[in-house]
Every structure is written in C-alpha cells, then in structure tokens.
Design a protein around this ligand. Structure first.
Ligand code: MN
Length: 445
C-alpha cells in the first residue's frame, strides 16, 4: 500500500476532492487549503509549471484517516495506541526490498526546483517540505531513527533544515559533526500514514536505542519496506513517492525561515543546518504530499501523542480512560479523562503527561462524566471542580517546545488544572441526568 492506494481508499469513502483548476505553488495552493481546511483531503491535479500533482489534508479530520485504516474514526486513537505498544511487546523489523517503486526514476542530476514544493504562508522564506519522513542512522550504534523536520528549498540540491533540541536526529548530527563528518539521511515524501505515525512517536515511547519503524509495521500489517540508497547509508522507504538522498553538512549554517509553524506563529529566519542533496529518485507517476500547518498537525501529531500518553501514563496512574489533544491548544494542551482511585492521583497524572510529552504547556484533568471533546463540558468541570487555591499546578522553568514564543532558551513554566472531583466522589458532584429517549421516535412539528 502506498500513498496512491491511500488516496483511492479516501476517494471510495467520499473523503477526497480533486482540484481541477490550475494553482500556483507559491501561496495559492496553501491559500485554498486554508479555506477548505478540516474537510475532505485535496488532490491538486495541476500545479502551475509542474506535471506532478500535490495532495494535502489527509489529516484534516479523523474521518479522512479512518478511511485509510478501514477503522471507525473513534477507534483510530486506540489503534495507534496498540501500534505504539507493539514497540515494547513484539516489534516487527523492517525488510529490505529490491526494485523499490520509489527508485523507478532516477533524476540524472538532483534538482529540487523540478518538484512542486509549495510556499505556504505569506511570510515564509521559500518553498517548504513540511512532512517528509527522514531516516538516519546513529553514528555510534547504527540504530535507525525516523522523524519529521521542516525543510526549506534553497537551491537545486540544497535545503535548510530545523533539528530542534532534544530530537534524536539532532543528537545523531552532533556526534557526527564532532568527528567532522556529515550525517547521511534519506528524505522520504508521499507516504502511507503508517510511516507518519512511526515518525511522530515521541522519544518517551521510542528511546534513542529503539527503531520506531516497528510502529509502521504494526499499522501496515506487514514489515515496513525499505530500499538500499544509491549514495548514502541510511535506507529509503521503498513505497515513497519521492526519495531525496543527502547529507547534513558539518559546521555549515545558512539562513532558514521564516516559516509558519505548528505554534500558529512564524519561526524566525536564523542560521540553521544545511542538507546537500546527492540523489533524487521517484515513482514513475509520483504525487507529492504536503502538510498544511494547522488541523493537519493537530490530528496528525495529536493522535500519536494521545496514543502514547494513554500507554505511558496509563501504566503509571490507575484510572486513565482517555486523552484528547485539543485543537485550540495547538499541540500544547491535552485533556486527561480519568477517575483517580485516590485523592491526589490526578495531579500525578498531570505531571506524568508533562514528562511524557515535553512540548505540553497545559494539562487539564477531568472525570469520566465529562465529555473531553466538548470545550463547554471542560469549562463546566473547571469552574465547579478546580479550586484555584489548591488544584492549579505550576512547574516553573521546565523544558518546553522551542517554537512556542512563550518558551525562552527551551524553558517556560507549565500549568496543570486538576478539575476532578474529590475522592470518594461526594453526592453534590453528581451531574443532573434525564431519561435517555430517542427524539426520532416522537412526532414533533
Ligand atoms: Mn528515535
């Protein structure tokens, strides 16, 4: 199954629209995405000046992605949670295949300007790949790492890259650079979402010595398929639409940015790391895949984060029922639904969530009688069950996400709201309930 098969599945489920009008890759493509965000995924058939189509929006809502996995939308989070759990239980190693579809066409000379890479937000510094899955190997142990990093096209065979603090790729690079060596990578675009889920598995679930591709194997129902690269040691993803082989150069820094980021703000232009692209291979009729900053990231990353928090916190704190990464929270706020067995356990669950996903700025804990997908319900819990004098936790100077403007030198305070009832639950916390009737059975005019 490759991206084109996934598009067919979404089309069959009525979750894909075709954009027939020609669009400009500079601002216009993303402009239309911004207007249609949240709905059916899009396939831009004609991008001005290119003969390669572009797709976006697979992660705009849970229904789109559910169509790919043949799973009801409300079960997607549990499916991803099982995939993350498989890392510890029975990880399935990837396999190497010959005659990879992704290597059908080899560009005679790597030229990124031949690919319809969009310039997304109005102040972006150039065309950006926002969802490529990067594979690298630990310079000491050879363990594979799979992760997603933004890449700005700056020349025919050159890109700027962001490697945020704390990420495994940054760790690999710093050890390679200390030896004066480049870090070789493959940059894979146009993938089955199973690879995206693997690449967004946080390090609390997949530590430095774990190959997160097993998450993709679980979701694919067969080992992830890799191919030997032409010019670098790390493998490419055999069913990718396009693979860029390259090296992140030691000691070289060049301007990268601005870029409209997941935070909802622009990341500023600064000197950052540089990729020298050595080869580009692709399928015979490739489709490029883009991620529109916003709802795609909330769902794309949110589902993975929810799955991971369910796994990790659920092991530490009893009574955890569900986790939701709120859309307004721009991946900085999760709601934990739990019925703590003892007084004070909800506060530990909040602290465990911060430790399991350091990007979080805010965690809200509510009981199982609160609908975590309804902001009104969460507000109800907050104003009736959170006593500000004792139920707000503030952790000062904690490690945070550097793209959040609140975070300075990777540090900011974090805030937790314990909106759970006292244990055992006093009678006055019982919510009003009515007889459960079906309005369709009544004549109402
Ligand atoms: Mn890793």
């Amino acid at each position: 199954m490759d991206l084109k098969d996934c598009l067919k599945k979404m089309e069959a489920a009525g979750r894909l629209s075709y954009v027939k009008t020609e669009v400009d890759a500079v601002h216009e493509l993303s402009g239309l995405c911004a207007k249609l965000e949240g709905g059916k995924a899009l396939l831009f058939e004609k991008v001005k000046g290119y003969d390669i189509p572009v797709t976006s929006g697979m992660w705009w809502n849970r229904e789109n992605i559910a169509a790919v996995f043949d799973t009801p939308a409300e079960k997607i989070s549990a499916l991803f949670s099982s995939a993350v759990a498989s890392l510890r239980e029975q990880p399935v190693a990837p396999v190497l295949v010959d005659n990879a579809p992704a290597q059908t066409v080899v560009m005679s000379r790597p030229d990124l300007t031949k690919l319809p890479v969009p310039t997304h937000a109005l102040k972006d510094g150039g065309p950006y790949f926002s969802n490529c899955v990067i594979i690298a190997k630990d310079p000491d142990t050879g363990v594979r790492n799979t992760s997603i990093h933004r890449l700005m096209v700056t020349g025919e065979n050159r890109m700027g890259i962001l490697m945020d603090m704390g990420r495994h790729l940054r760790d690999y690079y710093e050890r390679a650079e200390a030896r004066g060596e480049p870090l070789e990578v493959t940059i894979n675009n146009g993938l089955h979402p199973a690879y995206f889920v693997a690449a967004t598995t946080p390090s609390s679930a997949a530590p430095l010595d774990v190959d997160e591709l097993a998450v993709a194997s679980f979701l694919l129902g067969e080992p992830a398929r890799l191919c030997r690269s032409l010019t670098v040691a790390p493998e490419g993803i055999a069913d990718a639409q396009v693979i860029m082989e390259g090296e992140i150069l030691p000691y070289v820094r060049e301007p990268e940015g601005p870029f409209g980021e997941v935070s909802g703000y622009y990341a500023q232009r600064e000197d950052r790391w540089v990729v020298n692209v050595k080869a580009i291979t692709m399928q015979s009729e490739p489709v490029l895949s883009m991620l529109h900053p916003g709802k795609e990231i909330m769902n794309g990353q949110g589902l993975g984060v929810e799955a991971n928090l369910l796994q990790t916190i659920g092991k530490q704190v009893k009574g955890l029922k569900n986790v939701y990464m709120t859309h307004g929270g721009n991946h900085y706020h999760v709601v934990l639904q739990l019925d703590p067995p003892n007084e004070g356990m909800a506060k530990l669950a909040i602290i465990a969530a911060f430790a399991a996903f350091p990007d979080l700025q805010m965690v809200t804990a509510v009981n199982s009688d609160i609908d975590i997908y309804k902001p009104e319900d969460i507000e109800f819990a907050m104003v009736t069950r959170c006593d500000p004098a004792k139920d707000i936790i503030i952790v000062r100077g904690a490690f945070g996400h550097e793209l959040n403007p609140l975070v300075k030198n990777n540090l900011a305070a974090k805030m937790g709201f314990d909106c759970t009832c006292p244990v055992p639950k006093p009678e006055e916390y019982t919510r009003i309930a009515f007889k459960d009737v079906n309005p369709a059975e009544y004549k109402i005019r």
